[in-house]
Design a protein around this ligand. Structure first.
Ligand code: ARG
Length: 466
């Protein structure tokens, strides 16, 4: 299409068409309203393509210079907000190309040699997503550092660990936080892995079959910092699996944030009272003056649904498409953009929020004691005195039953009282019945002993340094 033809696209695509597109169809098929955010990637891709075309002698050096000049001006216009995006020009690619041709004439018309919007859009989305993955990696590292700092401050604080949301065994609050550091570290690995497969070049695939021009695809890939070229033209223009993989990693990362959010909400409720959140992350109620609500974690939990939904949307978008490019693929952008925006906002806010967690150690310890969190330790003690574990388990069940009836903690029973249940109990039993004793005993790698927690913190700090 010439610049004139591009400008008149609202009338008809080419000489082949006998009537213009209806307004409604134009609006329905246009993507410029959302894909314009790909403009930087679109220009970078075009510049790399033009540089290679000139190096291969497909266009002249003066054409390349004109294209660069035009793109520099377009960059300025878009950054200044003066660029006029036209719905009639359908998408980001045609908008930029039309303006380029307006600015530099025939050189602009030569840019699309050996290229199609099909390989162009696939390249743009990959370039854009690659950079977003890098930004997400940085935010994930920041969040992990915040959690590690908080874990270090609270390595000695005892929290009741839960299974079935029933008090199970005491754990270090730092240990609990480090569980999330592990999850976010795996998320970061997943994103890095997705990045490798995203960072490959579709350009050169043209519409679907490759091109007859002597393109140097490897050169373009190098210019764009990509790790190689897509090796099958049909696959290059049509699959969006990199976007789907990314969405899966994003959904899983949001699920991790959501689990953490659920805990923050629970811990902050009066029924737990384990933590408080700094006021700047909470809101009040318009009717109940006493309320302080953990809106940020609640919203993060809610937004997780959106991101999980986008993954389903993209999978469904792909499943019925025959090779090669289909317009269906234009629908990949809004879910992908929204997942990226939602995830980045969420990670950024959680990176700050973890610094605003106010821990209430007495409430946590009280809850651990109330739930007989050291019952397993008493059983383990009896095992060390020679009882088979199943018998020890049974003895302790009786001890707990009695303590429950009397409303006291295990450590509040006297030695004589404990010996009624089993004569092997000695004075040293009280060392294991304390929360701290229970914690310290779990020194196995990955266990909750504060010494272990500190070792893990050191490992994470080394990993996250730089
Ligand atoms: N806006 C289109 C997209 O997002 C660009 C590719 C259009 N290609 C075409 N043959 N209509 O997928």
């Amino acid at each position: 299409m010439s610049s004139n033809q591009l400008d008149k696209k609202s009338q008809a695509w080419s000489a082949l068409f006998s009537e213009p597109m209806s307004e409604l169809v134009q609006r329905y098929t246009a993507s410029v309203g959302f894909d314009r955010r790909l403009w930087r990637a679109d220009i970078a891709g075009s510049l790399a393509h033009a540089e290679m075309l000139a190096a291969q002698g497909v266009i002249g050096a003066e054409d390349r210079a004109a294209i660069e000049r035009g793109m520099a001006q377009i960059t300025q216009e878009i950054e200044a907000g003066t660029f006029e995006w036209k719905l009639a020009l359908e998408d980001v690619h045609l908008n930029i190309e039309a303006r380029l041709t307006q600015l530099v004439g025939d050189a602009g018309k030569r840019l699309h040699t050996g290229r199609s919007r099909n390989d162009q859009v696939a390249t743009d989305v990959r370039l854009w997503l690659r950079d977003e993955i890098d930004a997400i990696g940085a935010l994930l590292a920041e969040l992990q550092r915040g959690l590690v700092d908080c874990a270090e401050r609270h390595a000695e604080v005892v929290l009741p660990g839960f299974t079935h949301l029933q008090v199970a065994q005491p754990v270090s609050f730092g240990h609990h936080l480090l569980a999330y550091v592990e999850m976010f570290a795996r998320d970061a690995e997943r994103f890095a892995d997705v990045r490798r497969r995203t960072n490959r070049l579709p350009l050169g695939a043209a519409a679907l079959a490759g091109t007859s021009y002597p393109l140097d695809r490897e050169r373009v890939a190098r210019t764009l910092g990509m790790e190689g070229v897509c090796q099958n033209s049909l696959d290059a223009v049509s699959d969006r699996d990199f976007a789907i993989e990314f969405s899966a990693a994003a959904a899983l990362c949001m699920v991790h944030v959501s689990r953490f959010s659920e805990e923050l909400v629970l811990w902050m409720s009066q029924n737990f009272g384990f933590i408080d959140l700094a006021d700047r992350f909470c809101t009040g109620s318009s009717i109940m003056p006493q309320k302080k609500n953990p809106d940020v974690p609640e919203l993060a939990r809610g937004k997780t649904g959106r991101v999980v939904g986008h993954l389903m949307g993209l999978l469904t978008l792909m499943k019925g498409q025959p090779l090669a490019y289909n317009k269906d693929n234009q629908e990949d952008k809004e879910p992908l953009f929204d997942s990226v925006d939602t995830l980045k906002d969420t990670l950024r806010i959680f990176g700050e929020l973890v610094g605003g967690i106010v821990v209430k150690p007495e409430a946590m310890e009280r809850a651990a004691r109330r739930g007989y969190a050291t019952a397993t330790d008493l059983a383990d003690y009896l095992v060390r005195q020679g009882l088979p574990f199943r018998d020890a388990h049974e003895v302790v069940a009786h001890v707990v039953k009695t303590a429950l009836q009397r409303g006291v903690d295990l450590s509040e029973l006297s030695l004589a009282e404990l010996q009624v249940f089993h004569p092997a109990v000695r004075e040293d039993v009280f060392e294991v019945l304390t929360l701290r004793g229970s914690l310290d005993a779990r020194r196995v790698v990955g266990g909750t002993a504060p010494a272990q927690v500190r070792a893990q913190i050191a490992r994470h700090r080394a990993r996250l340094a730089g």
